[in-house]
Design a protein around this ligand. Structure first.
Ligand SMILES: Nc1ncnc2c1ncn2[C@@H]1O[C@H](COP(=O)(O)OP(=O)(O)OP(=O)(O)O)[C@@H](O)[C@H]1O
Ligand SMILES: [Mg+2]
Length: 363
């Protein structure tokens, strides 16, 4: 039976008729956009709560601003029935260093594909051909390396290239990252347990490289295990951080490539993306063009709206044009996941928001 997820009310309907998203059509990629403060993250939370209530589809949330770290905490004003159901869901929040109910967010360096490890240490296969090749030469011996002994291993031979790799790891500070599991559970172990939701808090790392590496470890793993065909929703808020049209470092390039690959080929393996960002031009066009569902919140730039009209040709222009006039929490939903394109006032949250806006303190 198709499940309809209530997400708010239809704008301009006479008696605020409920607006619904078709759960079974979340097996497409979704693009969610709107300018800062339009209410994307809040509204996304409303949808994710409904997914948790009504589906068994595991969620993986890449959360750069720690906005979803309280997804497991039900609000006092939530209706009793929903509150009871939500509190039974297995929602795992992974944060750098743990804290409170959150688990520590870790990844295993040597479990990552060699291309990813090279990107983490800023090696490009063409521009840094020698060192990159040195890394490849070590590959056959990787299974022999004891946990936590990578540097010693590289230095134990007299090989000059291995010494250089060790130096690179150390100089970039990569070996000191708190991200590494050193025998603890890694984020991929948590995902493999298939909890209802895994919230990966990418905020709070001291460097962007560490945060991006955590995201890459997750995406690599989801791609590598795609044959399991689990049917997961991979939510990437602030997707421009991870899927840039103009990646500058090997790490950014590989992240973008991975997301574009999932966008292009992931659907049939049950890897469904939900990309949220402020402007369509901020994410790679090859990821954007694969999205079938659109949620558009307030966006006043005509150029951005023109770009959306190009990509989502089926959305009536008369509805796209309404976006600059949207109040906070209002959205246009279009594409397969709604019966018909609709203007919606997003409903209330059942769980707490994470880091909300900072207010001006008054004297
Ligand atoms: N529908 C809503 N009802 C009540 N408050 C809302 C609603 N939508 C957003 N807000 C509040 O407005 C603020 C900004 O919303 P939100 O963080 O969702 O915006 P955003 O579009 O994700 O912005 P950014 O692009 O900067 O992340 C938050 O403090 C949130 O609590
Ligand atoms: Mg946001």
């Amino acid at each position: 039976m198709p499940r309809e997820l209530p997400i708010g009310s239809l704008l301009e309907s006479e008696d605020a008729r409920p607006a619904r998203v078709l759960a079974h059509k979340l097996n497409r990629h979704t693009f969610w956009c709107g300018q800062s403060g339009s209410g994307k993250t809040f509204a996304l939370g409303v949808l994710l709560e409904q997914v948790l209530l009504h589906t068994r589809m595991p969620l993986v949330v890449l959360d750069p601003n720690s906005d979803f770290v309280r997804l497991g905490e039900v609000r006092d004003d939530a209706p009793e029935a929903e509150a009871a159901q939500l509190s039974q869901r297995d929602i795992r929040v992974l944060r750098p260093g743990g804290a409170g109910v959150a688990r520590s967010l870790h990844a295993r360096f040597l479990d990552m594909p060699v291309r990813s490890r090279a990107a983490v240490v800023n090696l490009d296969p063409v521009h840094d051909a020698d060192e990159y090749n040195g890394l490849l030469q070590v590959e056959a011996e990787v299974p022999l390396i004891e946990q936590g002994r990578l540097l010693e291993f590289l230095r134990s031979s007299g090989d000059a290239m291995r010494h250089r790799l060790a130096m690179r790891l150390e100089n970039l500070g990569v070996t000191d990252w708190n991200l590494w599991a050193w025998g603890h559970r890694s984020v991929t172990d948590e995902i493999d347990d298939r909890p209802d939701a895994t919230v990966v808090d990418l905020g709070g790392f001291p460097t962007q490289a560490e945060s991006r590496t955590a995201a890459l470890a997750v995406l690599d793993h989801l791609w590598e295990t795609r044959e399991e065909r689990v049917g997961r929703l991979i939510v990437i808020d602030e997707a421009h951080n991870l899927c840039r049209p103009d990646p500058a470092t090997p790490l950014e390039a590989l992240l973008t490539e991975r997301i574009v690959q999932i966008a292009a080929e992931g659907r049939k393996y049950g890897l469904w993306l939900l990309l949220s960002t402020q402007r369509p031009s901020k994410v790679h066009p090859d990821a954007l063009s694969q999205c079938d569902n659109l949620a558009l919140m307030r966006m006043s730039s005509p150029r951005d709206l023109g770009e959306l009209a190009d990509v989502f040709g089926y959305v009536p222009a008369s509805l796209l044009e309404r976006s600059p006039g949207f109040a906070q929490g209002q959205a246009l939903f279009a594409g397969g996941f709604v019966e018909l394109p609709a203007l919606v006032q997003v409903g209330n949250r059942l769980t707490h928001e994470g880091g909300s806006d900072v207010s001006v303190s008054l004297r």
